[in-house]
Ligand binder design. Sequence first.
Ligand SMILES: Nc1ncnc2c1ncn2[C@@H]1O[C@H](COP(=O)(O)OP(=O)(O)OP(=O)(O)O)[C@@H](O)[C@H]1O
Ligand SMILES: [Mg+2]
Length: 229
Amino acid sequence: MTETLAIRARGLERTFRRGAVRALAGVDIDVPAGASVAITGPSGSGKTTLLHALAGLLPVTAGEVRIGQEVPRTPADWARFRRDHIGLVFQDDWLLRRLSAVENVEIAMQGTHLPPREQRQRALDLLDRVNARAFAHRRPAGLSGGERQRIAVARSLANRPSILLADEPTGELDSFNAEQILRLLFALHGTEGLTLMIVTHDTALAARCALQFRMHDGRGRFSGTEKTE
Ligand SMILES: Nc1ncnc2c1ncn2[C@@H]1O[C@H](COP(=O)(O)OP(=O)(O)OP(=O)(O)O)[C@@H](O)[C@H]1O
Ligand SMILES: [Mg+2]
């Protein structure tokens, strides 16, 4: 039986500055559904660019991304895939400044079938789980970087994604809050089979993931289906 892949990418390339910067210079990956993968590599090696490409947030210059069995092609396809399958936590939190914390989590559920009251309840529950319930009704501008990051983690989980793409999700956090976030992510990984792809410079966090993918100069090849140990 072939293992189901959450993400499959082939020949990903992305240049900037009219080709002067090759942020992705050939990436091939197979990520099995339910895997936990640490993405490591030096600063500037293309990790963030890769996550953006895998989420369809950045068009690639060449190559193809498959999510599950499908290849999203249009921006509308990608928007739907992100809403239904992919949770995102980025270095910049991308929270909407006019909305409160709880509204920022709720907005991820717009266009789903969940009634508004249940959206509110789920948003508050998630904020509780990331230790952010106390500032549910405050706007991001009045919050610290770590507080905003916790809201971003809550938002990423709002639609019960099957894949979580996270770029240094605990980078802004003290050890207590970092541990709480990681426990939540790995608990969802364990109980619901959430596929984790976590960019990190933290070797202890990388070691908690079952698989490691190291990038170098925009290049990398990763097949989580080939067990080396
Ligand atoms: N919008 C952009 N315009 C120009 N160059 C860019 C852009 N985004 C990224 N790059 C370049 O692409 C390369 C890869 O950047 P990327 O942000 O993916 O690295 P990274 O591995 O995430 O690094 P870090 O660990 O510091 O976050 C770098 O050389 C970076 O300067
Ligand atoms: Mg980065």
